[in-house]
Design a protein. Sequence first.
Length: 483
Amino acid sequence: MRAAPTILHLDMDAFYASAEQAAKPSLRGKPVVVGGLGPRGVVATASYEARRFGVHSAMPTAQARRLAPNAAYLVPRFTLYRTVSDQVMELLGRLSPLVEPLSLDEAFVDLEAGGVADDSASARAIGEQLRDAIRAVTGLTGSVGLAGSKMLAKIASEEAKPDGLLLIEPGTERELLAPMSVRILPGVGPATGDHLRRAGMTTVDDLAEAGEDELVRLLGKAHGVSLHRMALGYDNRPVVAERDAKSVSVEDTFDMDLHDRIRVRTEVDRLADRCVQRLRAAERSGRTVVLKVRRYDFSTLTRSETLRGPTDDPAVVREAAARLLEAVDTTGGVRLLGVGVTGLADYTQEDLFAQAAGERSVPDGPADEDQVPGEHGEEPAAGASEETPEQLAARRWPAGHDVRHGVYGHGWVQGSGVGRVTVRFEEPESPPGRVRTFRIDDPELRPADPLPLVRDPVDYSSWPASLPKSRSGPGSSGGESRP
């Protein structure tokens, strides 16, 4: 634990949905849900307007539609989200060499290591200036938590949402945590929370009062000791700048179960190519290819094959995944497929194609199901003979994605079906635009890349060199301190 609140946690507010609202003037102030739109789709992010109806992340999209039938439902645009994330992470990198990204929209920063803060006043000033910089560069808002530990900084940013800053003064941790639910602590999920509730422990203070021995008896030594320390406010984990990815993977859930074995093989090949694209984008290679198959009855099989060396060759990954598929019974139908690569390295072995073509390795057997994680809300896999014309149209023109028309300019897809696609023509800095409908094969209409959310962002290349330490900066009165 530090004597000054120099660990910062940034969490962007409803990131995907907020980015969509910033890009689409007609959606600002309205409920927006980003995720998979098919019968088996899942909500990735809901705007704060949609959350008032009870919509939240990881909820089935069908349930969200019942709760908020008039919300805008959009397919994720990860190209845009990654671009904005890079802008935010670049700003964080100007504060410290120790930045620990947790996801596209969340990171820890060690302000002390960057020499930009050494007490509460300077930490608050940096936090407020960071929020201003993020808004100026991306047009979006983020919430900032400041504390003497990672755990408390993350709790502070959650308490500050949306668009706020909360600083927890060192020495006040126990008082702050005491009335909070046990679920606020890292590692306490629904199952552990329910187990503790049955033991009569619902608040953090209950855990602190129970004592280490009782928690060890209930949860085991490692978890019990760790949870008791956190309940007392202790957390000495450092901010780690490099968090090596353990795997690169993609997966798709299908609107209808796949029964055609040829179609299943085609989808596996397509996923293998997408996986390699991500692998190359990360400038990595991998040695173990993993196939994940979820069948019609929700049973999930995971198989893996380890090559003689790392590769980023799509042919090698496709052939390995195909061999793994041969060992899986898909009778009855397939609802989800995933392909991943683990055992990552920074180099490749050039002769692996010959190995893959000439050898038939025996699968390593079942692996951890979580080896091939998917992205919430990712649109279902590309269609073939089993899809209707309406499904094919929706896949060609996903709701929310960018298009450009030869006459009307840039717009985004509001929806498609019955051979038509409806487009709203507007840009991030324009007024709400008009809606027009076209045939899905209109030669003037084509997919487009996302536009920047801010056309001429403020130059922060010299920030934060001009900030004096140990005094509040502009706008610092907007933050809070606890207690």
